[in-house]
Design a protein around this ligand. Structure first.
Ligand SMILES: Nc1ncnc2c1ncn2[C@@H]1O[C@H](COP(=O)(O)OP(=O)(O)OP(=O)(O)O)[C@@H](O)[C@H]1O
Length: 709
């Protein structure tokens, strides 16, 4: 920690020199003034030498003035120097954080990082602007004072050193505990910050599901723990400060007794004794001041190690040493034998061979977890392949600098992240060379220009709550405009429309399709209706590409694409996405309804009711009574068992079918992870219908009960 601070300080040589000179002059004055007392008493007062008295007094006054001037100059230089160093640590930490790959952000929660930027950096700031110079000043003062004390009376000084050792033993013994408590307080602060962060981000879910009491309980537990840990920390810290001061009191007693004895033995003059006492007092003050600084140094040491942990984190994706230029892609993007895994033992992608022609609209589709988003994130160079390479017109992505790459590619995610700023600043942020005309052109392309003009302040309208004041479609159009403003040759979209209502999704899909031919577009979607216009459509399964071709080609192949298409079709959905219907033909494709008459199936279809869930809402809770079958018309749900996620289901998937026959408690919890519309069928209605169509009951029983066994 110290060597790093010294290195930072050495970048500001003159300021460092001023700080050190200021400290040295102040120390010199503190040391010399007790000595002048000795000469004043022994050489001027005792022999009544008025001329020497005036001379010594003048020297004392002059050096006092110099010391004050040096102190003020030193303080000014120190403020500037510590400001520069803290500035460097702050921007270094920020830069380091920005360089990291997504797995870094998955490892740190926002509270962890915010605490490093706030309280940890403040602890470093206190160390640099106060503890460090203070230690230097008191340390030099102590050493010089000791030398002078030896020179005045070595026996008395030796006795004093023996006593001083006692002063240090207590703090030394307590230091380990103090470090531990400091670390625990920091960690607890981090956890509390994370809870507050969750509360801020998840306030809708918390209110919607009446989770306030749970959150309050959690916050209260942190507050209690902060109280207990804080108490331990401050008790240990105050003990650390108090012990040396108490030790010094005893030491004072010894000094007075032994010093008096030496005077009676004529081994010490009165002037020397007064000088010794004054010097000893300032030496003692230096020692106790050093001990007082110790808790601050310990705190800074803990904070430094936490900052250093981030600073040492090597980004998994590194900048090339000699980046190559990347002209707009004009031929193709190629995946050549690309394999990748987030961990060493699980492969997310295996041996992907893919050719994406420049100017094409390509779609990556496939079931949840099949690797399509990973394939896109490799193209964004959020990660590097473990084997193989991705090339743009033959240039390996690893040879291209980050800025160059981002100049060529823009991305739109499902979660639109907008800054709390004006529309203008949101659109132009980072696009340094973009003009007003570019902004309007991009907004027009994203079909949002007219809407913006209708707002009272037009492009100067301030977006609040990270875009919460806008509709989902408006947010997504703004994100698309923001991506287009840089005129990227490659536009990437990761489930950019899947959380929107059907009408808005169709509008934005039309917009994307309209851009075909102007640039290379790669979109990831689990909804095949969004991918229909793309060519090639690349189908992923278990980390591999299993099919690729146009919509018509893939439908004709009877493979996974056909299977997914059949699964996702057969529903009608209102434009707002709240009301759905399923037709008999679609029902006939459910494994437990196969072979049933169409008339019976049409009757079953009329019994289904629509249910719409917002993101985060629970559809079915583990252990609850099971009385309904659900079919997901649109959306994504997470299946968790005992708090652990076991699967993700999407459009066309179903769950809870056993409930049609028996009231068996639900074996898992199902939660919507994006706005989700389901169709539900109650057991009571279904049972009534089976009286009319006995075949229905027999078929369902034979398929589902065999599974139960
Ligand atoms: N950050 C991560 N850390 C560890 N494993 C991950 C991470 N992201 C994805 N995976 C795993 O990698 C595999 C591929 O995930 P990926 O997100 O690419 O699939 P996907 O087809 O896009 O599915 P979805 O649409 O559900 O996101 C899955 O097994 C997933 O669990």
């Amino acid at each position: 920690m110290i060597s790093k601070i010294v290195r930072y300080a050495s970048a500001h040589k003159w300021l460092s020199v001023f700080v050190i000179c200021g400290i040295l002059l102040e120390v010199a004055y503190t040391m010399v003034s007790p000595l002048s007392l000795k000469y004043m008493i022994d050489e001027a007062f005792t022999p009544k030498n008025a001329a020497l008295f005036v001379l010594i007094l003048t020297i004392m006054l002059a050096s006092g003035l110099i010391s004050v001037g040096a102190g003020i100059g030193g303080d000014y230089s120190l403020s500037r120097l510590s400001g520069h160093i803290v500035e460097r640590i702050r921007s270094g930490l920020f830069g380091q954080m920005q360089k990291q790959a997504p797995e870094f952000f998955a490892g740190y929660r926002s509270g962890d990082m915010i605490t490093r930027f706030t309280s940890d950096i403040s602890a470093m700031e206190r160390l640099i602007s106060f503890s460090f110079p203070y230690t230097l000043k008191e340390g030099i003062g102590g050493v010089v004072g000791l030398a002078l004390l030896f020179q005045l009376q070595w026996k008395l000084t030796l006795a004093m050193i023996g006593g001083t050792l006692l002063v240090f033993i207590g703090p030394r013994l307590l230091q380990g505990r103090a470090e531990r408590f400091n670390r625990q307080v920091k960690e607890e602060q981090e956890r509390f910050a994370n809870t507050i962060d969750e509360h801020l981000k998840g306030y809708k879910t918390i209110r919607g599901l009446a989770l306030q009491a749970v959150m309050k309980q959690r916050a209260h537990a942190h507050i209690r723990s902060l109280f207990t840990l804080g108490l331990r920390q401050s008790l240990t810290n105050s003990l650390l400060e108090r012990l040396p001061v108490t030790g010094l009191l005893g030491l004072n007693g010894i000094m007075l007794g032994y010093g008096g004895y030496l005077i009676f033995q004529d081994e010490l003059s009165i002037g020397s004794f007064v000088a010794f006492l004054t010097l000893f007092m300032s030496f003692g003050t230096s020692v106790s001041n050093l001990a007082m600084v110790l808790p601050l140094v310990i705190e800074a040491k803990v904070s430094y190690s936490r900052i250093d942990e981030v600073m040492r984190h090597r980004p998994s994706v590194e900048e090339p040493e000699q980046p190559v230029a990347l002209p707009p892609v004009s031929r193709e993007i190629r995946y050549e034998g690309v394999s990748f895994g987030y961990t060493d033992d699980a492969a997310a992608l295996s041996d992907i061979e893919l050719n994406i022609p420049a100017g094409s609209l390509t779609a990556f589709v496939g079931p949840s977890g099949s690797g399509k988003s990973t394939a896109l994130e490799l193209l964004l160079r959020f990660y590097d392949p473990k084997r193989g390479r991705i090339t743009l017109d033959g240039v390996d992505l690893r040879d291209v600098g980050e800025a160059e790459l981002r100049g060529q590619m823009s991305v739109v995610f499902q979660d639109t992240f907008l800054f709390n700023d004006t529309i203008r600043h949101n659109l132009l942020a980072g696009a340094d060379t973009a003009t007003e005309a570019d902004m309007i052109r991009a907004a027009r392309e994203a079909a949002i220009h007219e809407t913006i003009l209708k707002w009272k302040n037009g492009y100067d309208t301030v977006i609040t709550g990270q875009g919460g004041s806008l509709s989902g479609g408006q947010r997504q159009r703004l994100s698309i405009a923001r991506a287009l403003i840089r005129r990227p040759s490659i536009l990437l979209l990761d489930e950019a429309t899947s959380a929107l209502d059907p009408a808005t999704e169709a509008d934005i899909n039309e917009l994307i399709t309209g851009m075909k031919g102007q640039r290379t577009i790669v979109m990831v979607t689990h909804r095949l209706s969004s991918a229909q216009q793309a060519n090639p459509i690349v189908v992923f399964k278990d980390g591999q590409v299993v099919e690729a071709g146009s919509h018509e080609e893939l439908l004709g192949r009877d493979g996974l694409y056909r299977e997914m298409w059949d699964k996702q079709n057969g529903f009608t959905l209102s434009g707002d996405g709240f009301h759905a219907k399923i037709d008999g033909k679609r029902l006939s494709r459910l494994p437990f309804l196969q072979g049933i008459d169409m008339e019976a199936l049409e009757s079953v279809s009329s019994l289904f009711a629509s249910e719409a869930y917002v993101s985060g809402q629970t559809i079915v809770r583990e252990g609850d009574e099971g009385d309904k079958l659900y079919i997901i018309v649109r959306g994504t749900v997470a299946i968790t068992r005992g708090g652990e996620k076991v699967a993700t289901l999407q459009d066309g998937d179903y769950f809870g079918e056993i409930a049609l026959l028996r009231n068996i408690p639900r074996t898992a919890t199902v939660t919507a992870v994006e706005p989700t519309t389901v169709l539900s069928l109650r057991r009571s209605g279904f049972t009534e219908l089976t009286n009319q169509y006995p075949q229905l009951r027999e078929t369902v029983e034979s398929t589902l009960l065999s599974r139960l066994k």
